[in-house]
Design a protein around this ligand. Structure first.
Ligand code: GUN
Length: 291
């Protein structure tokens, strides 16, 4: 293996430490404690794990955490009423509705009912538009975390060829906007892209966000490229024993690490940065609300 491993876990710990310092100053100087409300509808096990982790890390940096757990059959009207109440609550600076929502709820309608100033996910249509036009906005946490790691590792990104594999609203599209904002030449590739391997091999920066385990092999990676693996996929691991599983990314780590200049591991890469950026966004929202 020749690649430098980009340690997202250590980077996220530094970001949380900085956030905690700012939170303490806000308390001391302004008597203000930032608050994050997380809304979870239903019992999806992965979502429950994320929400628990978000709540724990929120209180660890000194912020207030408000958790709202609603049954899977919650009506749209009841969910919208809760969001309206959180929008009006001055102790709540950030609101996050955990996705995916149960099928009977219209995610776009729900997300767009959040006050854009409290939309710490950056998913509200106004924040999407602000980001797309290069204006001050709430930036989605996962792409923001990726950008921070890229800047930290590479310095200036100007003029680099960036390929984003995946076109989701949560990661692929905002990631492409952020890279464009840093003057990369950006390609968004996806499952229908012709000769995806040849497209990936052009990338100085390769961001994989497709949600398919180990789909990107090392021979799709340009020698020396920086590889950011957003995927978190659980696969069977019979080598660890019967019924055991392990987490892998969208990139085949061992073969890619032999070629890349730098790569994020899974776990311990992008994942920890996402929650750290959520806390940073909540702090930003609280500061803006405070003038
Ligand atoms: N589900 C998976 N990732 C995310 C995220 O970043 N925000 C929300 N709200 N839900 C998610």
């Amino acid at each position: 293996m020749s690649a430098t491993i980009i340690d997202g876990k250590a980077f996220a710990a530094k970001v949380r430490e900085q956030v905690a310092g700012h939170v303490q100053r806000l308390k001391d100087e302004n008597g203000l404690t930032p608050g994050l409300a997380v809304v979870l509808v239903g019992e999806d096990p992965a979502s429950q794990v994320y929400v628990k982790s978000k709540g724990k890390q929120t209180t660890e940096v000194g912020m207030n955490s408000f958790e709202h757990k609603l049954p899977a059959d919650t009506s749209e009207a009841d969910l919208l009423a809760l969001i309206d109440q959180l929008n009006k609550d001055a102790s709540v600076h950030g609101i996050l509705v955990q996705l995916p929502l149960p099928g009977h709820l219209n995610s776009d309608l729900v997300i767009n009912s959040i006050d854009p100033a409290k939309d710490v996910d950056g998913f509200h249509i106004s924040n999407v538009g602000l980001l797309g036009t290069g204006q001050k906005s709430m930036v989605p946490c996962t792409p923001l975390g990726c950008l921070m790691m890229l800047r930290d590792h590479l310095g200036s990104l100007s003029g680099l060829n960036a390929v984003v594999v995946g076109r989701s609203n949560i990661v692929g599209k905002p990631m492409a906007q952020l890279l464009l904002g840093d003057s990369c030449t950006v390609t968004i590739a996806h499952s229908r892209t012709k000769d995806l391997g040849a497209v990936c091999r052009q990338a100085d920066i390769l961001v994989a966000a497709v949600g398919r385990p180990e789909m990107i092999p090392g021979d799709w990676v340009k020698p020396g490229a920086t590889v950011i693996d957003v995927g978190i996929n659980r696969i069977d691991a019979p080598e660890k024993g019967e019924g055991k599983t392990r987490l892998v990314g969208d990139v085949h780590f061992d073969s890619a690490a032999a070629v890349a200049g730098a790569i994020t591991p899974v776990p311990g890469g992008v994942g920890p940065m996402t929650i750290a950026c959520l806390l940073a966004n909540t702090l930003t929202a609280a500061c803006r609300a405070n003038g």
